[in-house]
Design a protein around this ligand. Sequence first.
Ligand SMILES: *[C@@H]1O[C@H](CO)[C@@H](O)[C@H](O)[C@H]1NC(C)=O
Ligand SMILES: *[C@@H]1O[C@H](CO)[C@@H](O)[C@H](O)[C@H]1NC(C)=O
Ligand SMILES: *[C@@H]1O[C@H](CO)[C@@H](O)[C@H](O)[C@H]1NC(C)=O
Ligand SMILES: *[C@@H]1O[C@H](CO)[C@@H](O)[C@H](O)[C@H]1NC(C)=O
Ligand SMILES: *[C@@H]1O[C@H](CO)[C@@H](O)[C@H](O)[C@H]1NC(C)=O
Ligand SMILES: *[C@@H]1O[C@H](CO)[C@@H](O)[C@H](O)[C@H]1NC(C)=O
Ligand SMILES: *[C@@H]1O[C@H](CO)[C@@H](O)[C@H](O)[C@H]1NC(C)=O
Ligand SMILES: *[C@@H]1O[C@H](CO)[C@@H](O)[C@H](O)[C@H]1NC(C)=O
Ligand SMILES: *[C@@H]1O[C@H](CO)[C@@H](O)[C@H](O)[C@H]1NC(C)=O
Ligand SMILES: *[C@@H]1O[C@H](CO)[C@@H](O)[C@H](O)[C@H]1NC(C)=O
Ligand SMILES: *[C@@H]1O[C@H](CO)[C@@H](O)[C@H](O)[C@H]1NC(C)=O
Ligand SMILES: *[C@@H]1O[C@H](CO)[C@@H](O)[C@H](O)[C@H]1NC(C)=O
Length: 619
Amino acid sequence: MPRRGRLRLRFLLSAVLVLVLLAPLVLAQDRVETDINTNTWTVPTSAASSASATSLRSSATSLPRSSSSSSYRATSTSSTTTRSAHEVAPTVLLTDPGLTYNFTLNRTAPAFLARFANNITDRALGVILNIGQLGANDSEPLPKVIVTTEENYLPRDGRRSRTSGGSARTGYNIGQDNSWQIVWDNGFGNWTYGVDRSWNVARYSAVAPAILIGRGINDDIVLDPTLVGAGNVTVYLGYTVLDTPPGEHFDYTKVGGIDATHPYFGDSSATEALVFSPLRLVDKPPEPTYPNYTLPGAELPLPDFQAILNGSESTRNNTFLFGGRAQAVTFVVLPTSSTPSALSNSAAAIQEQVERLPSEDMPTLNVNGSAWTTVGGTAGFRDYAVFGNLKPSTNYTVWAVGADGITMSQPAWFTTKQASFNCPLLLPTSMCPGVAYASPLSDNPATLTSVPQPYADFIAASLRAFEVSVLSGACGRDRYSFISSCADCYAAYREWLCRLVLPQCAGDEVPFVDVDPRGPQAPFRLDRTLETPRNSNLSSETGPPTYPIDYVELMPCINTCTRVDQRCPSSLQWNCPRRHFNANESYAYVSDSNNRGDGSAHTGWAATDVYGNRWCNGL
Ligand SMILES: *[C@@H]1O[C@H](CO)[C@@H](O)[C@H](O)[C@H]1NC(C)=O
Ligand SMILES: *[C@@H]1O[C@H](CO)[C@@H](O)[C@H](O)[C@H]1NC(C)=O
Ligand SMILES: *[C@@H]1O[C@H](CO)[C@@H](O)[C@H](O)[C@H]1NC(C)=O
Ligand SMILES: *[C@@H]1O[C@H](CO)[C@@H](O)[C@H](O)[C@H]1NC(C)=O
Ligand SMILES: *[C@@H]1O[C@H](CO)[C@@H](O)[C@H](O)[C@H]1NC(C)=O
Ligand SMILES: *[C@@H]1O[C@H](CO)[C@@H](O)[C@H](O)[C@H]1NC(C)=O
Ligand SMILES: *[C@@H]1O[C@H](CO)[C@@H](O)[C@H](O)[C@H]1NC(C)=O
Ligand SMILES: *[C@@H]1O[C@H](CO)[C@@H](O)[C@H](O)[C@H]1NC(C)=O
Ligand SMILES: *[C@@H]1O[C@H](CO)[C@@H](O)[C@H](O)[C@H]1NC(C)=O
Ligand SMILES: *[C@@H]1O[C@H](CO)[C@@H](O)[C@H](O)[C@H]1NC(C)=O
Ligand SMILES: *[C@@H]1O[C@H](CO)[C@@H](O)[C@H](O)[C@H]1NC(C)=O
Ligand SMILES: *[C@@H]1O[C@H](CO)[C@@H](O)[C@H](O)[C@H]1NC(C)=O
């Protein structure tokens, strides 16, 4: 089974990455066929005869149409014929829809000029670039990419150019109205052209950009051999000629690229990790109303995600779009050390790493699916996956990749636990939809898909008892608070109960990354042995269940308790321990002020840092 998982992942990844780079090309083809007769592209005849031009800046706006020189000539100080990199770089024609163009840049071939074939003309264009590899080592300077359009396509026509780093007007336009330097965003670059101020496709046809891709290009756009660096840099290029008619909204979803979201990390064990997609659909259970005010019971009745998707999902306002569309995601997990952080947004770099990683080190996809959860603080559907075959105490990076094959998320990070860590991962359940972490519920390390019996029984009994107390109030008639209902109170209690009955296991100390010295610097950990289990306030006639293994508890954030206090009617007399008194025996918090450091982001320090480390168990 692990083996099959690996192969699937690899297959999927390569399929996905090929699509990321290739899909736009297919779109281009249709367009060319319909527009070829109305082609208004004008070819400047005045090709650069001025070999003495020192740079693009001073060589006026016209570009050389043909590559007069196919060999790289170094800048010579003794020569008066310093030539722009545009002139000396060999030209590569972008002609073939269905190809991803790759460029190897090194000392013998530091730069290329990519041009579109004459028959590819249109109104709006999207180019996507990825750096696959950065040269001799990851300290090598990034290659430069400079796009120049023909002189007759100026921004005054209403066209604009935008790149991953900014717009034409904010510093990436390199001196002339029709030249832009594409700014790399962690190995990813994009450039779109032909939209007006309202992001509609401009009512002017035909763009004819030339894309200079090179190393050692100095500020005057002249090749300087001393700046070329060592080794091979690879750059991948794919493009889309949009078939959106002029005047209509620019269709970004066809260009693809990096979505602003990132995966949500549940938790890890020594060799496994549970990861979630960005939210796909927000869906709260229906609010009960008087006179039939019923609470959901131990098992939340969950909506059928697949049925919602089959229905009119696109018309729902609560759907989260990934790359502009409602779509499922898969994940890619790699050791963080194998992908340079400077290339963490590059699908091509990820693919190169996947190919390079020895198969015995390849993470396996052990379990996956879609689930209604409250992880990350919002109720709704997410896709999830459990990856295995990970190494203990190792940093990993995870990306979500859209089913469309052209959208990738930002990276997220996590660290696996030490080899001796023995708590199994627990998936979110309809009983505890917020619990997605390692918990000491079994001495078998296999991932748990449901809450084991004694704990489930205890939680169900506690929920029933609480329900009776809550419903004895005036639920649904007399709101005790403008912001909370009995259902909110019950949900907050469920969250607290689940996190206390199903404690989260902490790993060896990994520093919590927070620049504020007043904030948490390390997880709040507490040793729990079979002899000294947590009991806190969880008493029942049979007593709370005990755990089959010794473990170190990651203490619950104090907001798991205070939230119940805030959301429940005062008649319930819920009391959380006080910070000045003994709260630190059972909860984690920072500072003595009740308004700060309870684990929520808005009170100072969120429970989790950017690397997926947690200082307390909570949202
Ligand atoms: C690079 O492009 C060449 C054709 O130009 C192709 O044969 C080769 O497979 C490509 N390499 C990669 C890694 O895509
Ligand atoms: C530069 O790259 C080209 C194409 O991959 C290759 O043929 C050549 O050997 C490389 N040169 C060096 C110095 O690595
Ligand atoms: C465009 O022209 C190139 C040659 O310049 C040719 O190889 C390609 O097939 C043409 N594409 C279309 C869609 O006609
Ligand atoms: C990276 O490679 C360059 C050129 O080979 C070298 O000068 C530099 O010291 C290397 N840096 C590291 C961190 O290895
Ligand atoms: C380019 O990519 C960035 C992410 O790096 C994205 O935010 C932006 O919307 C993209 N711009 C265009 C015009 O595609
Ligand atoms: C660059 O790549 C070429 C071909 O892919 C290879 O022959 C050459 O050795 C590489 N150069 C370096 C310095 O890695
Ligand atoms: C009360 O609501 C529950 C759940 O919403 C439903 O199952 C039940 O049939 C309702 N009872 C009445 C009397 O409407
Ligand atoms: C959703 O649609 C798919 C096929 O389109 C079908 O196989 C599946 O049974 C449907 N699921 C539900 C819950 O309607
Ligand atoms: C959903 O979107 C539609 C159209 O955009 C809007 O009319 C409606 O009020 C929205 N509904 C909710 C609940 O936000
Ligand atoms: C699980 O992963 C496989 C392979 O990546 C994919 O085909 C399938 O759709 C996924 N299932 C769910 C429910 O996400
Ligand atoms: C838990 O028990 C402590 C005493 O051990 C008490 O101070 C506190 O109020 C109780 N908390 C809850 C939520 O019942
Ligand atoms: C792993 O990530 C942590 C941040 O969580 C960082 O402090 C540590 O240096 C990383 N370790 C390695 C080997 O990169």
